[in-house]
Design a protein around this ligand. Structure first.
Ligand code: ADP
Ligand code: MG
Length: 396
């Protein structure tokens, strides 16, 4: 896939109306609907500020939650408009609909240097269904399309891909960074290229492992998904997570790694528990895991092996925690991995919602080259799949 795409600085946006797709899908308090974390709004500021500084008229749009084509008052973007206004220190005009009369009138009247936020895109069924009429109505309000919602680039929706049929389409700074760093790692990695994969399910990461086996020098597998691979190697795994129907796949991957001379590291010792609970007493087990115990985290020997591989790397991509890090007694493997990435001189990339959260919670976020802002999107990126929201942008 071509990741070399035109960006907002490659077009003249001065005085132009710009449709800007943002990711304002922020978490909200269930009862008060107050925004509980405005990180995504803050992340959009550099592109918005650049456009306003260039005297563009910015028509921002986003989805929020899953209204599934219906107007759900609790999923209005009005609180986002307010927070955005506070962060920018200027007025944010809010449209009470998405492509309806209010949006049309306000977009038409919008002046250079002003910003308008449209109501939740997903209030209209045309957004997720990528209806051409909906995409065209969005496009008709503007002269240029800037996409900065990396979290949705794996979806072919009207506002993420459809509009590009009608307007010159470029990336904002957020997507530009994702493409530069993740695209760089996949197409031309600084070697050795080490991929660290973990998390709960093999089935979630099959495509990623398969693609990275073509590119990486070392693949490290931890977390719950490691036990299906251990089982495939003939080890006993007690009551650890197992995807029985993926054992064949695991064998194939191990064989493929061997054939391609890719180092494939699996845990050799584990911290186990009698039951899946934060109060379970950790039991250190080497090799076979006896009946009645489940692997909850990688053990100290494994931590050392994995971290050594990371320390010598040129590029590290990490997706999925090494253990049940939500329980303090089983967080050490994930903590040590985050620290190893932070201390390595490598280009380090963390993708995946839980891994990114772990790195942030553990305080290593500012020592990581890049934390991807899209969970599903970064997985599909690592799978090497074509991302509709990227493919639709103009090539450089
Ligand atoms: P990401 O969001 O980073 O892609 P996943 O969603 O794939 O990560 O996996 C995260 C989950 O995996 C966490 O909730 C964690 O508790 C769980 N997990 C990790 N190791 C184990 C294990 N040994 N047994 C059960 N669950 C695990
Ligand atoms: Mg997750």
């Amino acid at each position: 896939m071509n990741y070399n795409k035109k960006t907002v600085t490659d077009l003249d946006v001065k005085g132009k109306k710009v449709l800007l797709r943002c990711d304002f899908n922020v978490p909200q308090d269930k009862t008060t609907h107050a925004i509980t974390d405005d990180k995504r709004i803050r992340a959009a500021l550099p592109t918005i500020q650049y456009l306003l500084d260039q005297n563009a008229a910015v028509i921002a749009c986003s989805h929020l939650g899953k209204p599934k084509g219906q107007v759900k008052p609790e999923l209005t973007l009005a609180p986002v408009a307010q927070r955005l206004s506070e962060l920018l220190g200027r007025e944010v005009i809010f449209a009470a609909d998405t492509i309806g009369p209010d949006a049309q009138v306000k977009a038409a009247a919008l002046k250079p240097g002003q910003i308008l936020l449209l109501e939740n895109l997903r209030f209209d069924i045309g957004e997720e269904k990528n209806h051409p009429e909906f995409a065209k109505a969005l496009a008709d309000m503007a002269e240029i399309y800037v996409s900065d919602a990396f979290g949705t680039v794996h979806r072919a929706h009207a506002s993420t891909a459809g509009v590009a049929a009608y307007l010159p389409a470029v990336s904002g700074f957020l997507i530009q960074k994702e493409l530069e760093i993740m695209g760089g790692a996949l197409n031309d990695p600084k070697r050795p290229f080490v991929a660290v994969l973990g998390g709960a399910k093999v089935s979630d990461k099959i495509g990623v492992i398969n693609n990275l086996l073509e590119k990486a020098d070392t693949i490290i597998i931890g977390g719950g998904m490691a036990y299906t691979f251990k089982k495939a190697q003939g080890y006993a795994i007690g009551t650890s997570l197992l995807e029985e129907d993926k054992i064949g796949y695991a064998k194939e991957m191990i064989a493929k790694a061997e054939a391609k001379d890719v180092k494939f590291l699996l845990p050799t010792d584990n911290l186990c528990a009698k039951e899946f609970s934060k109060d379970s007493e950790p039991v250190l087990v080497e090799g076979d895991i006896p009946e009645g115990l489940m692997g909850m985290d990688i053990g100290p020997k494994t931590v050392e092996d994995f971290c050594t591989a990371v320390k010598g790397a040129g590029t590290v991509v990490w997706n999925g925690p090494m253990g049940v890090f939500e329980f303090p007694a089983f967080a050490e493997g994930t903590r040590a991995m985050a620290k190893a990435l932070a201390e390595s001189g490598a280009i380090t990339i963390v993708g995946g919602g839980d891994s990114a959260a772990a790195v942030e919670q553990l305080g290593f976020a500012d020592k990581i080259t890049h934390i991807s802002t899209g969970g599903g999107a970064s997985l599909e990126f690592l799978e090497g799949l074509e991302l509709p929201g990227v493919a639709c942008l103009l090539d450089k």
